[in-house]
Design a protein around this ligand. Structure first.
Ligand SMILES: NC(=O)c1ccc[n+]([C@@H]2O[C@H](COP(=O)([O-])OP(=O)(O)OC[C@H]3O[C@@H](n4cnc5c(N)ncnc54)[C@H](OP(=O)(O)O)[C@@H]3O)[C@@H](O)[C@H]2O)c1
Length: 377
């Protein structure tokens, strides 16, 4: 978990900002060749940003799990390019990826298409928290089919964040990032020792990212996690702008977010990007639920009931799921994943489809959605 100071590389030089030490919550400028003498020393920062926080525009983006060979299925390079191209052509302008997805593969594929476009024309989100190195050895067990030959270590320090961002820029082939999410800093990350990692992030990643945001190097930062607890804790100890919350807000499960998570985030003027709005494909008919190995019986039963109501009202359940996830005011975007061009086209078309009010009324009457859950107008 400890980090060694790393030579500062091109990213900060390109941004004309030096970040060689973060001590006492201050960032010092330095010429590009400066190498930190020691690992960055950091402290908590709870100073709040003034003015509105950045929110991606356009309700639906594209998530990069399937593009990184997620769900143990291979997406070949041509298919990935076609999917990203179709996303662009269909009007997607918010893209979410991570160094973790396929161990770099997803970022390389996103960059292959995105570098052709003007950088100001789209919002690019990626993640920090793992640092990758090439290996000829055995790769760690993961949910990726044929990942790139890299292994990783967790690193939520300030130096780790800078190294990760610069590696991402190199893989993506772009000059800057818009949103950086601190990835998988959560108790459900099985190979992570959560408490020490959260403490390291509080002193390191959170401080560094707030500084990068305040100095205009990135537009926003937050956590990208599958549980609410670390997101809410981060609100107490830092000043995040936006959270990627996955597996927490969908037609299947949403009560806890509505009651607790969303109001706390909204009260701080921050927003939510909904990850896995289809519960990792489950609401599009896939035989898997989120990232678990089995599908709970009550979840299967709920999908069957949702499908029955959808059939009665001639509504496509995947379409309803996407619109439902995007409906709360605190949600700035949803980032459904797609493996094929067809899927991304369908998902974008879904966002424009009119769903009859009677469908939502019946879901409410049948207690399949919470009384207070916002639905599309
Ligand atoms: N901790 C985090 O930060 C975190 C965690 C999870 C997700 N996320 C983000 O959220 C994004 C979305 O999550 P996700 O990709 O895991 O799950 P998802 O969006 O709920 O589901 C995506 C999957 O659903 C299927 N699908 C999508 N569109 C379809 C269509 N039109 N017709 C039929 N099937 C369709 C595809 O399955 P097949 O691949 O089987 O075809 C696709 O891979 C991720 O890509 C990632 O960017 C972040």
């Amino acid at each position: 978990m400890t980090s060694t100071a790393l030579p500062r590389r091109g990213f900060l030089a390109a941004s004309a900002i030096g970040l060689t030490s973060i001590a006492g919550g201050t960032v010092s400028a330095a010429p590009p060749t400066t190498t930190p003498k020691t690992a960055a020393k950091t402290t908590t920062t709870t100073a709040k940003k003034t003015g509105p926080r950045f929110r991606p525009t356009g309700r639906a983006g594209l998530g990069g799990v399937a593009i990184g060979n997620g769900f143990m299925k291979v997406t070949n390079d041509e298919q990935a390019t076609a999917t990203l191209q179709a996303a662009w052509d269909a009007g997607v302008r918010t893209f979410d990826t991570s160094p973790f997805y396929g161990f770099g593969l997803s970022e390389r594929r996103f960059g292959h298409v995105l570098h052709q476009h003007k950088r100001d024309d789209y919002v690019l989100c990626t993640k920090v928290g793992r640092v990758f190195t090439a290996t000829t050895g055995t790769l760690p067990k993961s949910l990726w089919a044929e990942p790139s030959p890299f292994r990783y270590r967790y690193d939520y320090s300030a130096d780790g964040v800078l190294r990760s961002i610069e590696d991402s820029l190199n893989r993506l082939g772009v000059s800057r990032l818009d949103v950086v999410f601190v990835h998988d800093l959560s108790r459900d990350t099985k190979d992570l020792d959560f408490e020490p990692a959260f403490a390291e992030a509080t002193r390191g990643a959170f401080v560094a990212l707030s500084k990068l945001r305040d100095e205009g190097v990135i537009k926003a930062w937050g956590l990208g996690v599958n549980t609410a607890e670390p997101a809410l804790r981060a609100l107490d100890v830092a000043d995040p702008d936006i959270f990627l919350l996955a597996t927490q807000y969908s037609l299947i499960e949403h009560q806890a977010s509505l009651t607790d998570t969303f109001p706390k985030i909204e009260a701080r003027g921050a927003s939510v990007v909904v990850g896995s709005p289809l519960n990792a494909g489950f609401l599009a008919g896939r035989d898997r639920f989120n990232y678990g190995e089995s599908i709970p019986a009550d979840v299967k039963a709920k999908r069957a009931k949702l499908q029955a109501v959808a059939a009665t009202h001639k509504v496509d359940l995947r379409t309803a799921a996407l619109q439902f996830a995007a409906a709360p005011s605190v949600v700035s975007a949803i980032v459904p994943g797609a493996r094929t061009a067809e899927q991304v086209k369908e998902n974008m078309a879904s966002m424009k489809t009119k769903i009859p009010a009677a469908f939502w009324q019946q879901l409410r009457a049948d207690k399949l959605i919470a009384e207070t859950a916002p639905v599309p107008a």
